[in-house]
Design a protein around this ligand. Structure first.
Ligand SMILES: [Mn+2]
Length: 369
């Protein structure tokens, strides 16, 4: 599901008026999607205060004409480049100030656009229009999360000592696609043993060994929306050693405590940096502050990483309808690491965690008690 074009369009035209702009050229796929229902880097949207246009080449024209019938569709080709069509509309509607997504264009693309378009060009950012998710978007993200949640339960039982990280990533990705995912939200992270100390270690040919910790960070893209989930497990076959004696057991408990405390603090009206601080202060108080180098979380939607962030500096105030990850971690060089990540939906009174998968330290293979 994508936002009904009328709600995305109305929001964009209100935004134009607020910014004193006459029109905006939209090229980022995540900002076109709610209008067109198509996740494509090709083509442009041109929205003025009184009209709305999609500019696409022959590869996308017919699909778009079926999906976005409240927009004027223009076919672009070498004789009719997007800039010429936009200039025509600018002349017809007598537009003066046009916004463009500078952060989604290269420097040379920006220069070329400024040169070709007959209007005063103003760099803008449309991110704020995606921060509060609509009910249909929330439903779709919940479905993306359900796919990840089921895949997580499956992979925990699938993992055996002797498998490579690649094998585990492949199984996980196959499972999610079989459950309806279009693709993964990002390259699957499978980090076992000492590789767990690298927060973004992509799955490798390393063989997973009994008694290691294994961190799996992955997500499904479903109907254009992303999920993002991390769990750290103990690989079965730890022998007679008790779980409590594992060198990473203590940091697991600290990360879990930080993650739960951050989630408990999430509600409308709280600043994002304060949520980061809840998690960070617990990790710092336990003596691991230097080993938690990333943010506590990020908003998620059409893009896997959106704004706002649960970072030390993001003062955005939480509102109902925002969806963010909560993913503190501790990484000890040459020893390993732990990260636990959920997606949460900010509600009127607090937040809802979108995964069912338990968070106490679980061993791979066996059934959850
Ligand atoms: Mn994440």
């Amino acid at each position: 599901m994508y936002k009904s074009p009328s709600s995305a369009l109305t929001a964009c035209q209100i935004w134009l008026a607020k910014r004193n702009l006459d029109a905006v050229i939209i090229n980022a796929k995540q900002n076109k999607f709610s209008h067109t229902g198509l996740l494509s880097t090709s083509g442009y949207l041109f929205i003025t205060r009184t009209s709305q246009h999609i500019l696409a080449d022959s590869r996308y024209y017919h699909e778009l004409s079926a999906k976005a019938d409240s927009y004027q569709l223009h076919m672009t080709d070498t004789q009719h480049p997007a800039s010429a069509i936009i200039n025509q509309i600018i002349a017809q509607e007598k537009l003066a100030c046009v916004g463009f997504e500078a952060e989604h264009l290269s420097y040379s693309q920006s220069l070329s656009l400024i040169e070709k378009i007959n209007a005063e060009m103003s760099p803008i950012c449309l991110d704020e229009l995606r921060q509060i998710k609509t009910p249909p978007e929330i439903d779709t993200i919940k479905s993306a999360c359900l796919i990840a949640d089921c895949a997580c339960a499956h992979i925990r039982q699938y993992i055996r000592p002797g498998m490579t990280e690649h094998q585990i990533a492949n199984e996980l990705e196959w499972f999610m696609k079989n459950e309806g995912a279009e693709k993964t939200s990002f390259d699957t992270i499978v980090a076992s043993g000492v590789r767990g100390a690298m927060p973004h270690a992509k799955a490798s040919q390393k063989v997973v060994e009994a008694g290691e910790f294994i961190t799996i960070d992955f997500g499904a893209q479903y109907q254009g929306y992303c999920s993002d989930m991390t769990r750290t497990f103990l690989v079965e076959g730890n022998g007679d050693n008790s779980l409590q004696e594992h060198p990473l057991y203590a940091i697991y408990q600290v990360v879990l405590q930080a993650q739960l405390a951050a989630i408990a603090a999430i509600r409308p009206g709280v600043r994002c940096c304060d949520i980061d601080s809840v998690a960070r202060s617990i990790i710092s108080a336990a003596g691991y502050g230097d080993f938690f180098g990333h943010n506590t979380g990020h908003a998620i939607g059409i893009d896997v990483h959106e704004n706002p962030r649960f970072s030390p500096t993001d003062t955005t105030v939480l509102q109902a309808g925002m969806q963010l990850t909560v993913e503190p971690g501790i990484y000890l060089p040459e020893l390993g690491g732990v990260r636990i990540e959920d997606v949460v939906l900010v509600t009127e009174n607090g937040c809802e965690v979108l995964y069912q998968m338990p968070k106490q330290l679980l061993t791979t293979g066996e059934d959850i008690q």
